[in-house]
Design a protein around this ligand. Structure first.
Ligand code: GSH
Length: 249
């Protein structure tokens, strides 16, 4: 139900573009999938959307395996570019900017700026998203009844890192919005209500979250990010109830 609601919202947003050159295979509940939606919106390109059901294992189908050996979402197929496929949201975000953005603002060609942005993208892949994934897996695979101290500690260290990134400007890589900001907000907004992001401890991060959420492209993320958190909260309660039932047996 939750999934259908967010997907409908995104499909309405992209109503006119079913013939776009680039097809995005995505799940609206997947933060990396939403990174691609946001980047596409920010640079003003249209996508043809194909929703893939992760729970049903649709992403593992033999048909997809041929074009996506990593078997994760998102991935794109660029029909205007020899039907090539690109896997991984960070690689896709860079690819879209390189090939379709009107200017290089979100992913500058300047090698130093780009190095910093790449570091921000790798921070999301290797750290922030990993913690989101751990939290999600704890709840849905291991029946967690709360956020584990280990995951919480790691996420807090990630927040500390982001606060330090933001010492150099209002965005993660300095004065300008980049695809690193978009990747990180797609991830962080999928778990932020679980986190103690105190304004006094994280003043710059708090401001950054607020400013990221005020971009018009962010609308594509808002409902789905809330839905993921509701899903996780409901699962936590369900796991707690199952634990209580077992204790009282
Ligand atoms: N680094 C990848 C992560 C992709 C990823 O792990 N996606 C998850 C959904 S959020 C997925 O497809 N999981 C399916 C699986 O692992 O079987 C990216 O940014 O695209």
């Amino acid at each position: 139900m939750i999934r259908r609601f967010s997907s409908e919202f995104v499909n309405n947003y992209y109503k006119s573009n079913s013939t776009a050159d680039i097809t995005l295979y995505y799940s609206i509940l997947s933060p990396p999938s939403r990174t691609v939606l946001l980047v596409a919106k920010a640079i003003g390109i249209e996508l043809s959307l194909k929703s893939v059901d992760l729970q049903k294992g649709e992403h593992l189908s033999p048909e997809f395996l041929k074009i996506n050996p990593q078997q994760t979402l998102p991935f794109i197929v660029d029909h205007g570019h020899h039907d090539i496929s690109v896997v991984d949201s960070h690689a896709i975000a860079a690819y879209l900017c390189e090939n379709y953005a009107k200017d290089d603002q979100l992913y500058p060609k300047d090698t130093v700026k780009r190095a910093h942005i790449n570091a921000g993208l790798h921070f999301d892949t290797g750290y922030l998203y990993t913690q989101f994934n751990n939290l999600f897996e704890d709840l849905f695979v291991y029946g967690a009844t709360e956020m584990s101290p280990k995951v919480l500690t790691k996420i807090c260290k990630g927040l500390d890192t982001m606060e330090r990134f933001l010492q150099h400007g209002p965005f993660l890589c300095g004065d300008h919005l980049s695809i690193a900001d978009i990747s990180c907000i797609a991830t962080l907004s999928s778990m932020d209500t679980f986190l103690p992001i105190e304004k006094s401890k994280y003043p710059k991060l708090t401001k950054w979250i607020h400013s990221m959420k005020s971009f018009s492209f962010y609308e594509l993320n808002r409902k789905a990010a809330e839905d993921v958190q509701e899903l996780m909260r409901n699962k936590m309660i369900e796991n707690q109830m199952a634990t209580c039932r077992n204790v009282s047996k």
